[in-house]
Design a protein around this ligand. Structure first.
Ligand SMILES: *Cc1c(COP(=O)(O)O)cnc(C)c1O
Length: 405
């Protein structure tokens, strides 16, 4: 169960202050015309989330529909390879193939209780769009997903899935025709439909209260890890928790219940793309500066005059020029260590996991696995890696790689 604590003006790792700040990052930088929607959400999200009937339905759907709890799997051959003890948190076994369904279920239930009749979402690779369209189909709610034209071409199977689930997929034709343009279109829609529409954001980004709300919905991941470790090894605290970071939602969920356990080292892994200094990277903590993107102050990849730069990663889910404000704070305060893995390192890690454990991970997830090579473990260390999603959606890329080998 989620446990409520009342926001104050200090804030902590587990909860931003009343203005939505984690340390120096967060807040709600929104146009005047969105103020009413965001205020409505801010005034109601905790009340609704911790209502008993809401919790009952949320937990029921996580269990019977999404398939939770997801297993915590001891990866024996991978452990031998790295001479340590590695456990995989199997978010890939969730319905729709990734952790994103946890948040989609939470936000759609919340939208219903706010009396909303229409759901909008943005999507890059299409995973968040598919998760949102799925829950909307389940609940019989209208769903509109904005997606960059370029992403629609690159991710055709997910476009087909969303359509089959009854969602309208609207192409974003402006700018670079990718995720950030789809986000702009979704924001425009929300401004035009303030009364009947809820905007489901897919990661721990956006104006307050989204980062806090999405973190709480995803915190089920670390809640389960603690219980499962206790059962398996007699203690709920591992030495390391590792996760990939795009916007940061699977990492926030995997870290959450360990944030105050300072003996647990938190390792976040960003996408280095073709290399951090190649000009084709998405390693935000290495390349970014404080700035405002999509409604909050965080670290943002930008030019000297503050224009957002185009990121690059082989995995569409990590191809984002910012990170959530919680992660910017974890980075600045040193509570989490930030590493990065290149496109090639991620590809190698995917093939390695497939051969060693019979699990084909998503390309995003593969970045966390690739970073195992950068760590110095002892043989008794307990390492939990968040296996955020499965690799079905990435088979075209994997097949191309095999042809090149
Ligand atoms: C979307 C996605 C990510 C990146 O998003 P976060 O918010 O950083 O978790 C990572 N892994 C998978 C499988 C995804 O679908």
């Amino acid at each position: 169960m989620l446990n409520i604590s009342i926001p104050n003006n200090k804030g902590s790792y587990k909860q931003p202050n009343i203005f939505g700040y984690y340390g120096n990052f967060g807040g709600a930088y929104i146009p005047e015309m969105l103020h009413r929607n965001v205020e409505e959400l801010r005034n109601n999200y905790l009340k609704i989330m911790y209502d008993e009937a809401f919790q009952k339905e949320f937990q029921y759907l996580l269990h019977d529909y999404a398939g939770r709890p997801t297993p915590l799997f001891y990866a024996e051959r991978l452990s031998n390879q790295f001479n340590t003890k590695i456990y995989l948190k199997r978010e890939d076994l969730n319905h729709t193939g990734a952790h994103k369904i946890n948040n989609a279920i939470g936000q759609v239930l919340l939208a219903q209780r706010l009396g909303k009749k229409r759901i909008i979402a943005e999507t890059g690779a299409g995973q968040h769009g598919v998760a949102t369209a799925t829950v909307c189909a389940l609940k019989g709610i209208e769903c509109i997903v904005y997606m960059g034209v370029k992403d629609m071409e690159r991710q055709q199977p997910n476009v087909a899935r969303m359509k089959m689930l009854g969602a309208a997929v609207i192409p974003a034709t402006s700018g670079s025709q990718t995720l950030k343009d789809a986000t702009n279109e979704a924001i425009r829609d929300w401004i035009n439909n303030p009364n009947d529409t809820h905007y489901v954001i897919g990661s721990v980004v956006g104006p307050h209260p989204y980062p806090d709300m999405v973190t709480r919905f995803q915190s089920i991941i670390s809640e389960e890890i603690k219980i499962q470790l206790k059962e398996k090894i007699g203690t709920e605290l591992p030495n390391y928790v590792m996760a990939c970071v795009g916007g940061g939602s699977n990492a926030a969920g995997a870290f959450y219940h360990f944030l105050d356990d300072l003996s647990v080292q938190l390792i976040a892994v960003e996408a280095a793309g073709c290399g951090i200094n190649s000009g084709m990277s998405a390693a935000t903590t290495q390349l970014g500066k404080p700035g405002v993107l999509h409604g909050s102050k965080s670290l943002v990849m930008q030019t000297i005059d503050g224009q957002v730069t185009e990121p690059h990663s082989i995995s569409a889910g990590l191809d984002y020029p910012g990170i959530g404000p919680l992660h910017a704070h974890l980075y600045e305060s040193g509570r989490a260590k930030f590493l990065s893995a290149t496109d090639d390192e991620a590809l190698k890690a995917s093939f390695n996991l497939a051969k060693m454990e019979g699990i084909i991970p998503a390309l995003e997830t593969a970045h966390a696995l690739a970073a195992l090579h950068q760590m110095k473990f002892t043989k008794d260390d307990v390492v939990v890696v968040c296996l955020s999603g499965r690799g079905d959606k990435d088979m075209a890329t994997y097949m191309k790689t095999m042809d090149e080998l």
